[in-house]
Structure formats: structure tokens, C-alpha cells
Design a protein around this ligand. Structure first.
Ligand code: SAH
Length: 265
């Protein structure tokens, strides 16, 4: 649904997950193309047989730019980690690690189950002094969490220039330039055995494709956290990891979403 909407809207879409429902929102420009866009949207959404109809309302430009921010509260993602949007204030309690974030149009507010699973796994597995890779960094949320939890270095990669720019800005906001390096791109260059922990919250297809490269960049004993796929693809992902010689140690679940934790021996 978000993918369909994204083809027609101004910028990104927001996905607001509640207990029993998920609301996907995007903002259409009011211009000569509006009627055509709405028709196309209805046509492309029809095959999804959504349980509730497409709804729309008119917003002023100013509301549009800020509307989504309402749905982004201060978020406690694990016992130690708190994600605080830049437009809110939060006084951390002792021992808490706070990540300040403006996701802009990049993916990664911390509200998505896949991001949450990664953050919780990261908090459990990260040891101070580790060198970390964050493939598909989006807003930079996982890279920032790794740095706040004591990583020595974090390499954050994203093929989307907008995401790389957003991540870079968030690194600056958190004063973590000395730890987190953001690059536009993917695992294109050989980075053999350079990381103690790597994460990729992207999709089954990308993880399967990148599995050999991900295995290659891990030091012996290094850990891989992958997410961004559903129960249906979990088997395909774990066999791709196993084929590279990684040992899949654990599978995590949140609703239909899955994550795997694997280790290089
Ligand atoms: N890490 C964030 C964002 C995940 S969204 C979080 O956990 O919330 C996935 C991101 O991966 C997107 O920003 C997308 O641009 C990026 N991406 C997709 N394919 C990629 C690839 N092959 N290499 C690097 N980044 C990729």
C-alpha cells in the first residue's frame, strides 16, 4: 500500500501502526494533475482489496509539512534506548542513551517493527569498542544507536542519496561525526573482515543478494542482524545466510515481521 501511494505523492509516506490497524498517509499536491493521480491511485489500490476505503482531506501547505510530526512521539525502544524527535524535548534518566532524530523523508523513525527488532537485538549484542556496519541506514537510526551504545566506529551506507543526506544530518545533530561515517552507496568495495557486527534492515531480496558480501565483511566471531522480511521469506533468507557459512543462531518475530541473528564462525 505504501509502495503504491509513494508513486503518486509529493514526498515520502508515513506508516502509523496502532494495535489493530495500520494507517498509511501521503500528501498529494493540489495541481492540474490531482484528478488523474487520484484515479490512478484508486485503480492501483483496488487489487489490494483494502479493508477500509481510501480517504482524503484538504490540508494547507503549512499543515502538510508538519502533519506527520504529530505521530512521532518520544519513543522508548528498549530499556536503555530512547528515540527523541528533534521537535520534542526529553530529559534522559540516568543510564539512558538518547538518539535525537529528524527522519525527514528517509525511512527509520523507530516506530516500524523491523527497526524496533533491530534496535533491541543491537542493544543486546553490541559491546563497547566494536566496529559496526549499518547497510541501508535510512535516517541513520541504527547507526546512531550503535554509536550511543558504545561502538568505536560505524559505517552507515545507503544507496538513496536522500537517506544518506538525512543520516548525515542526524549524525551531526547527535554530535557523533567522530564515530559514524555515512556514505552513499552499498557494499561495493571489498571490505574484508572489517566489522564485529553488521546490520541490514532492508528486504528479503536485497539480503539474499548481499548475503555473501555481508558474510565477507564480518570478522570471525562477528554477528549479523538482518530484518525487513516477513515470515513467508524467512526460510529463503536463512538458507541464503547458511550458504555463505554463517550460522543462523536465532529468529526474532514481531507480528508477521521476522529478523535473523547469524554469526560467522
Ligand atoms: N536502517 C533503517 C532504515 C531501513 S529502510 C531502519 O532500520 O529503520 C532500508 C534502507 O535501505 C532504505 O533507506 C534504502 O534506500 C536502503 N537500501 C535498499 N537497498 C540497498 C542496498 N542494496 N544497499 C544499501 N542500501 C540499500
Amino acid at each position: 500500500m505504501a509502495d503504491v501511494l509513494r508513486r503518486h505523492v509529493y514526498s515520502g509516506v508515513s506508516i502509523e501502526a496502532a494495535e489493530a490497524s495500520v494507517v498509511v498517509k501521503g500528501y498529494l499536491p493540489v495541481d492540474g494533475d490531482l484528478a488523474r493521480r487520484r484515479r490512478a491511485l484508486r485503480r492501483q489500490l483496488a487489487p489490494l482489496a483494502l479493508p477500509s476505503p481510501l480517504r482524503s482531506r484538504w490540508l494547507s501547505e503549512e499543515d502538510w509539512a508538519h502533519a506527520w510530526k504529530e505521530f512521532f512521539p518520544v519513543l522508548r525502544v528498549s530499556p536503555r534506548l530512547v528515540v527523541c524527535p528533534t521537535w520534542r524535548s526529553y530529559r534522559p534518566r540516568r543510564g539512558e542513551a538518547v538518539i535525537r532524530l529528524d527522519p525527514g523523508m528517509a525511512f527509520g523513525t523507530g516506530q516500524h517493527p523491523t527497526t524496533l527488532m533491530c534496535l533491541r537485538a543491537l542493544e543486546e549484542l553490541l559491546r563497547p569498542g566494536m566496529d559496526i556496519l549499518d547497510l541501508g541506514t535510512g535516517s541513520g537510526i541504527l547507526a546512531l544507536a550503535a554509536a550511543r551504545l558504545g561502538a568505536t566506529s560505524v559505517l552507515a551506507l545507503d544507496i538513496d542519496p536522500q537517506a544518506a543526506a538525512a543520516a548525515r544530518e542526524n549524525v551531526r545533530l547527535n554530535g557523533l561525526e567522530a564515530v559514524v561515517q555515512v556514505e552513499e552507496g552499498s557494499l561495493d568495495e571489498p571490505l574484508r573482515a572489517a566489522f564485529d557486527l553488521a546490520m541490514a534492515n532492508i528486504s528479503a531480496a536485497v539480503i539474499v543478494e548481499m548475503a555473501p558480501a555481508l558474510a565477507e565483511v564480518l570478522r570471525p566471531g562477528g554477528v549479523l542482524i538482518v530484518a525487513g522480511f516477513s515470515a513467508e521469506s524467512a526460510e529463503r533468507v536463512s538458507s541464503a545466510l547458511a550458504r555463505t557459512g554463517l550460522v543462523v543462531e536465532r529468529a526474532l518475530a514481531d507480528g508477521d515481521w521476522r529478523a535473523h541473528i547469524a554469526r560467522r564462525l
